[in-house]
Write a protein that binds this ligand. Structure first.
Ligand SMILES: Cc1cc2nc3c(=O)[nH]c(=O)nc-3n(C[C@H](O)[C@H](O)[C@H](O)COP(=O)(O)O)c2cc1C
Length: 456
């Protein structure tokens, strides 16, 4: 086999005690307190031992509720550490791995968020990444002064402006602006510190940021929406897109579309990395893998799987029988890509609600595979070489075993095949992803932010 010229990106998407709703109860899982920092430190260190590019902490700012307060009592969804706080702590117990956290453009302000991620980038020496989400549930809206969430496309319009403002804030200090000239008594070269004077539809921000330019220039931008509006945002602004794809065929269509959209914005398509989230579990034989799948599935009560499906569809199915077929479901104002994928899955395979709920509650609309290390490496290789992915974000279904096994048994195979690097090559996450450090927009265009000045 000819050695591939591009190398696979590998990330791990850590859910509190595992991506599988039954993961925390699995006999092979360690009983952890989802607020215990040591748990996450160990996982990040394991991922770093495997030379993975990044550790990703997802987030939402609400307690999901469908049909009452007990709906998700069988899961660990409710309690978690705030992810940017977690990243700052992980930065000091790791040295190379990228650290990515979700933060919402709907329930934040650009200045505060730009500051937070620039700070993590400084603290970590250039390893920060921001997963830009627009948030997709009314349960989050309820915590931020709204009865229902903003309309889907308005959320994305706000996100477009939000990301632009954040990037401009990250540029508001040029490299070398802090001169610290002791003799002259000048700490900053103010000619290198810029105001944005941004006034848009959603935000009015003077700037400059009160954090100097970050080691990566811009922390890595990730986006995970799959609707037309979500893809547009990624294609224009993101370095990576995390996505849920249930088959190689679907992944290829998505991959081609994202690369084409990036080119449509005048970008080199190789600078937008398409990274499907996958649930992979290693066992030494196929029979053992099948048994582990069944044991895990048995830990998801039927009521929970129905509620999980309802959440993904944005439609309450708890009044339906598991033997019913899916009714007509209106387009949700929540997450549209996953909803459409799940509906298509049900129709294509003529699944009952119960069967669909079991499938969706295990891995949402993502691909999952339990198998031998070779089978898992083969899958990664096939998707990577056949144009379905630039890499993968492993969602371990239980912890720490599913991550340990991937790092110890699958990564070495990918390395032997020349598909994955054997060590970190650069100092920053951007270097390790092979992405260039962005030029400073104020240097490129000295007229930026000049009029009208909000500086008095
Ligand atoms: C792999 C992956 C990870 C995601 N992580 C988060 C997250 O941490 N927080 C969140 O609110 N949404 C998350 N999402 C949801 C998306 O960001 C997005 O809000 C959702 O897919 C709806 O967008 P759409 O209507 O464009 O599909 C994730 C989606 C995927 C595929």
């Amino acid at each position: 086999m000819t050695k591939p010229t591009r190398r696979m990106v590998l990330a791990t998407f850590i859910h509190n005690s595992g991506a599988h709703p039954g993961g925390w109860r699995y006999p092979g899982a360690e009983a952890v307190d989802q607020h215990d920092f040591k748990h996450y430190a160990r996982l990040a260190q394991t991922a770093e031992r495997g030379k993975l590019h990044c550790y990703f902490s997802g987030d939402s700012q609400g307690y999901p509720h469908i049909s009452g307060r007990d709906a998700f009592a069988a899961t660990d969804y409710a309690g978690k550490l705030e992810p940017t706080t977690l990243l700052a702590a992980l930065a000091v117990v790791t040295s190379d791995i990228g650290l990515i956290a979700t933060a919402s453009t709907t329930y934040n302000e650009p200045y505060a968020l730009a500051r937070r991620f620039a700070s993590i980038d400084h603290i970590s020496g250039g390893r920060a990444g921001w997963n830009v989400v627009t948030s997709a549930s009314d349960s989050e809206a309820h915590n931020f002064g709204r009865d229902v969430q903003m309309d889907h496309d308005d959320r994305y319009a706000r996100a477009e402006e939000f990301v632009d403002v954040v990037k401009a804030l990250w540029d508001s200090w040029e490299d070398g602006a802090a001169i610290r000239d002791r003799a002259a008594g000048r700490y900053f070269d103010t000619a290198k510190v810029h105001q944005l004077n941004h006034q848009g539809k959603y935000f009015k921000v003077a700037g400059p940021l009160n954090v100097g330019r970050a080691p990566q220039g811009h922390p890595i931008i990730v986006q995970a929406g799959g609707s037309d509006a979500g893809r547009g945002l990624s294609a224009r602004t993101a370095d990576m897109i995390f996505t849920a794809q249930s088959s190689l065929e679907k992944a290829k269509v998505f991959y081609d579309d994202m690369k084409m959209r990036a080119a449509g914005f005048g970008r080199d398509p190789a600078t937008l990395l398409v990274i499907p989230s996958v649930q992979l579990m290693v066992r030494s034989t196929e029979a053992e893998a099948k048994r582990a799948d069944e044991e895990l599935l048995a830990l998801i009560p039927e009521a929970l799987s129905l509620r999980t499906l309802s959440l993904q569809l944005g439609f309450d199915l708890t009044g339906y029988s598991p033997d019913d077929r899916l009714p007509e479901i209106p387009l949700t104002n929540g997450g549209q890509w996953v909803q459409q994928q799940v509906i298509a899955m049900a129709r294509a395979e003529n699944l009952t609600i119960g069967a669909l709920a079991r499938r969706v509650s295990v891995s949402r609309a993502s691909f999952s595979l339990s198998g031998t290390p070779e089978q898992i490496a083969d899958m990664c290789e096939t998707w990577f070489l056949q144009g379905g992915a630039d890499g993968f974000s492993l969602s371990p279904n239980y912890l720490p075993g599913a991550l340990d096994d991937f790092v110890d048994q699958v990564v070495p195979i990918l390395q032997q095949r020349g598909l994955f690097r054997t060590d970190y090559e650069g100092d920053t996450l951007r270097d390790n992803l092979g992405l260039a450090r962005p030029e400073n927009s104020f240097v490129l265009d000295p007229t930026l932010g000049s009029e009208p000045s909000m500086w008095r």
